[in-house]
Design a protein around this ligand. Structure first.
Ligand SMILES: [Fe+2]
Ligand SMILES: [Fe+2]
Length: 200
């Protein structure tokens, strides 16, 4: 089974700035994703993306756009894993939405989709994707969750290949390198922001 997209252009640049309302995005999520754990993952990645754009001082629309890229990046994974992420991309293209947001989703797994992250939004979505799930798994095994969590604790679990074994350490390293941000800095950002994600 190949998930390669075989293209590098996504959406129409004329649609830049066109995103779904929060309500529309959430109803797409509820309609397409039945798996509650996956929904949590998507909301957490959305939250991290929005928080990161905000930390950079980007305008409101950009913050919303980054959030939406994170929120919808795995929308087709639950029901159509063999079409991940082609199906959600085609849906967002059909709805004539922001081409940069669609591109970010298309490049969130370069090894699988064959699309290299180019923009900062592309890079950060790839960088947060696996790490977000990993830190979440770690928070679940800690009695205090995110409280008092430290980088070194996360790194220790990263070295333990039996812990959250499905999370690709290789992708975490590769994404950090491509984003030109240290894994430590990314971990700290996730620790600082993930707990406040709105999971409703
Ligand atoms: Fe994915
Ligand atoms: Fe994901």
């Amino acid at each position: 089974m190949s998930l390669l997209l075989h293209r590098t252009n996504f959406g129409n640049p004329e649609n830049l700035g066109k995103i779904l309302t929060l309500e529309e995005a959430k109803s797409l999520l509820d309609e397409w994703v039945k798996n509650e754990k996956l929904k949590v993952h998507m909301k957490q990645v959305g939250h991290l993306m929005g928080a990161y754009a905000q930390s950079k001082g980007y305008d409101e629309l950009t913050v919303k756009k980054w959030y939406q890229a994170g929120l919808l990046h795995d929308a087709d994974w639950d029901q159509w894993p063999e079409q991940h992420c082609r199906k959600i991309i085609e849906e967002l293209e059909r709805r004539e939405l922001d081409s940069e947001m669609i591109r970010a989703i298309a490049s969130h797994g370069p090894r699988y989709f064959g699309v290299d992250p180019v923009t900062e939004m592309d890079h950060m979505l790839y960088a947060f994707d696996e790490l977000s799930g990993f830190v979440h798994a770690y928070s679940l095994m800690r009695p205090e969750g995110y409280v008092g969590m430290e980088i070194k604790g996360v790194k220790k679990r990263l070295k333990d290949k039996t812990f959250a074994a499905q999370v690709s350490r290789e992708d975490i390293q590769d994404a950090a390198q491509r984003a030109n941000i240290s894994v430590e800095e990314l971990i700290q950002f996730v620790i600082d922001h993930q707990a406040s994600a709105d999971l409703s």
